[in-house]
Design a protein around this ligand. Structure first.
Ligand code: ATP
Length: 139
């Protein structure tokens, strides 16, 4: 069992957090929006309202002890970059960050993100492969 912290519980972050939890992992979800936090409270280990660009708030939550952090903030590129930087500076070994576009992805990579995901692009590639390899069971 690993410990995951998922920052930003939009469509991508929420789906990821709930899936990790269903797979038996420990999942802390953080979002700046109180309503979002309340809605997810029963479906992951722990959900907290906090502004993840606030380093002290992340420290207080013990985020540095997690194995993996996922930054799933998309629209606010500045926040996504700041949070990713803070997490890497805290010493989290594996940080996954969601990018809005190529340039955003490049910046995230340069500041130390270990893996960048482009949800729509990655899913497009995956579905294309899936459609041409119909003998492989995947969905
Ligand atoms: P998706 O496509 O996954 O729905 P999105 O990129 O369209 O996501 P955003 O609005 O960018 O969605 O952010 C995803 C979540 O991140 C939202 O629930 C938002 O409240 C949260 N969020 C944004 N900024 C912060 C922050 N500074 N700290 C914590 N959570 C944040």
């Amino acid at each position: 069992m690993k410990q995951f912290v998922v920052i930003g519980l939009g469509r991508f972050g929420l789906s990821l957090a709930e899936t990790l939890y269903d797979l038996g992992h420990d999942v802390l979800g953080i979002d700046i929006d109180e309503e979002i936090v309340q809605n997810v409270a029963d479906s992951i280990t722990h959900a907290v309202k906090a502004d993840a660009t606030d380093e002290n708030a992340l420290r207080a939550l013990g985020v540095r002890n997690f194995d993996v952090a996922v930054v799933s903030i998309g629209n606010d590129i500045q926040a996504s970059i700041l949070v990713t930087l803070i997490l890497k500076e805290m010493g989290i070994k594996y940080v996954v960050a969601k990018a809005q576009n190529e340039l955003h992805g490049k910046v995230l990579y340069k500041i130390g993100a270990d893996r960048i995901v482009f949800p729509e692009r990655d899913m497009g590639i995956r579905v294309a492969h899936n459609l041409t390899l119909s003998n492989i069971l995947d969905y």
